[in-house]
Design a protein. Sequence first.
Lengths: 294, 364, 263
Amino acid sequence: MSVWLKTARLAAFGLALAAVARPAAAEDATVLPDTSRVVAIGGAVTEIVFALGEQKHLVARDSTGTYPEAAKALPDVGYMRALSPEGVLSVDPTGIIALQGSGPKEAVDVLKKASVPYVEVPETYDNEGILERIRVVGKALGVEDKAAALAADTEAKLKAAEARTAGIDKKKRVLFILSMQGDKVMAAGAHTGADGIVRLAGAANAIEGFSGYKQLSDEAIVTAAPDVILMMDHAGPGVSDDDLFDNAAISQTPAGQARKVIRMDGGYLLGYGPRTADAISDLSKALYGDKAAD
Amino acid sequence: MAVQPAAMSPTDSDAAAGDRSARARLAIVLLGLLLAATMLAGLGTGASNASALDLIHNWLTGGFGDAISARDRIIIQDIRLPRILLGTLVGASLAVSGAVMQGLFRNPLADPGLIGVSAGAGLGAIVVIVLGGTMLGPVLAPLGIYALPLAAFFGGLVTTFILYRVATRRGQTSIATMLLAGIALAAMTGAFSGVLIYLADDRQLRDLTFWGLGSLAGATWQKIGAAAPIMVVALATTPFLARGLNALALGEPTAGHLGVPVQRLKYVSIVAVSAAVGASVAVSGGIGFIGIVVPHLLRLLIGPDNRYLLPASALLGASALLVADAISRTIVAPAELPIGIVTAAVGGPFFLWILLRRRGVLDL
Amino acid sequence: MIEAGDVAVSIGAKRIISGVDFEARPGEVVAIVGPNGSGKSTFLKALSGDIGYSGRIAFNGRSLADMKPVEAATARAVLPQATTLSFPFTVREVVRLGLLGGRSGALAGEEGRLPERALTKVDLDGFGGRFYQELSGGEQQRVQLARVLCQVWAPVLEGRPRYLLLDEPVSSLDIRHQLGIMDIARDFARRGGGVVAILHDLNLAALYAERIYMLHAGRLAAAGLPQDVINNSMLEKVFGCRLKVGSVPPGPMPFVLPQSALS
């Protein structure tokens, strides 16, 4: 038999062995019995814990937990999808609250095996998702009342923010540009955080026809004919207004002709957490000025 | 006969006469001790203060004052120990594969990537990362966390196999053709990868980047169970290649004249390297430099005789990777630096330094 | 004995040599001469087992096509034209590679010293610790010859003679070493082995070879004793330039005196 087949057989054998020996997966928790030393994984989770006023329980966060400023003082256990299990265990946690999608799975398995209670927080790009996250974190920390209050408060703010622009018929077309390296424009299509926010602020995504973040051709930019360009602040090398409007395709658009660009902090705009309602309001104000009802 | 100064030790005078085998054997013993030391040190190092000595004492005596906590036990048994073992196997595999490739291509700069295994493994990984959640979801779901390593491993084997077939006519493999075809194949896998990168969302891109930088963090006993047999078998075949690879340095016809079965040598070398490297890349992502720097450094110290170079490369490669792993685990604790960054950051300048120092001796 | 009958070699569609009959007997030095491109190296490659051929080639009665690499390595050793190394082997390590087949024929316990003895034979005494890559072309060629000698140290093994196949063994050597190497070849033959050497220098061939085979455009132009093969008309026909052949003692040994490249 050829040596290739032998190797493949060996791999399959080893795998079968491994599959048989797989450890039992631990169940996810919903409440942390001991909240004295909690690790928050995921920017939104960290933000919610601080919004609930429960930051005294936190002993560490991940690299995406950058708001509020006080969070940065906590030890950083690494990127949420590339966690080191020993690193997390080294801060002696009594519980972990992690955003869905944290990983890798091997690290999460080891943490569960080490009998550290693990609460998973769901992630969706809509209003209900924000509220659910607040409730889940609150329940984990045993402060469901506070969480309900924060959720109600947030819900009211979100509704109000949406209502500001409910009466507007002619929606502005917004082009969210993620980055512009050397004249290559990366823009947000459907099913992105940016798309969600734009629509919540009563505007329309100038891009139709694709989802995710993609590079736009010059023609596509001109066809999209955005009224406003939306960009993130403090995210990588900055693009000055001149650089932006010097781009041949952009200069042909209504946004380019009017030199209309809005810049907002990325975490604020796309965090989908307690501050999102304010971000929506700020964006709609910037888009529609007085036309947005107060 | 040349006159030897009386004060020379036996190994020195042998070396002066061109026989470096005594020195090489000594080096292997020292490297073995180094590896044992590095493994123990690695077991005792980490972001937390879990003490390996306490645990070992616990195992041996069944109790030692303060009982070792369950957390520390998990850290040492389920995190550090599999990582040390995996790091040993991967480091050895990468270094030996580099040395074998250099012997096969008769070039000190050859690395396992030349036979296509890294390109194929990378493509397999990208396919799983980008399409695993969507198009290929149903197919890959039952494999769970093994989908990525399996795809990387078989991707590496398949591309190497294709490359081998392209380069082999009438039972004779042309190494030169393999090199050139490898370039073409790398371009093609690069194109496929490019398309998938284009389709990826930013979370997948981030995953891909981290995979490409390499990490031993995903070491589990299951992964070791799957990958270790392959790597051990591949490593075990290499001593038998040593003499043939030495002769190959004189050129393929001359090696044949000396009685070496050259085609079989090429075939076994290629299979062993693609299996060992494929398995390594599958479980630990892209880790560079070990395959080039370790054999090169050893050639300067003990000479290019593969009978000693191959086992020495295995030992030093393992030690080097374990040291790099210890650094990656502690330098930004409690976070972790991908190990590929450490091997490149240390390996690159180190390589440059040894090249500059020995410019006269090597004929690059 | 090496026997070759009606040997032909083609590379692709091109026929390089055809219809070559050849014999090399133990105790003899046989020279192959001829102009560039006449197929000398190709023929030697066929004898070495490097390339495919049609016809018959047999070593000591055994067909070359049936021999495994190890068997062939026992029967003959090949010296190529030039060898470059990409790795910093020492001279001794290179010479020691000749012992790979393990059939040098030296007595057990002697094998360890063979590299040194071989180096002494090729006048590279004490060179063992030098790096091969640092040597001159001529020195490297002699190192390779030392390796080849190690491979077949005993000219006769288990009653069967062994052969040295040498492809231009003296081309980069000075006159002293040219004679030294050819003396080694003659000594090997005298002790029962056989030598086949491709030579460019007709005078050297005449001096050392018992028989000469002259190739021209892929075919055998002449074969026989030096004085029969090397004469005015044959040389003019094969080499296409004016040469004057005289003879010097002892015996009727021919001696070639170049006149001009123009006819």
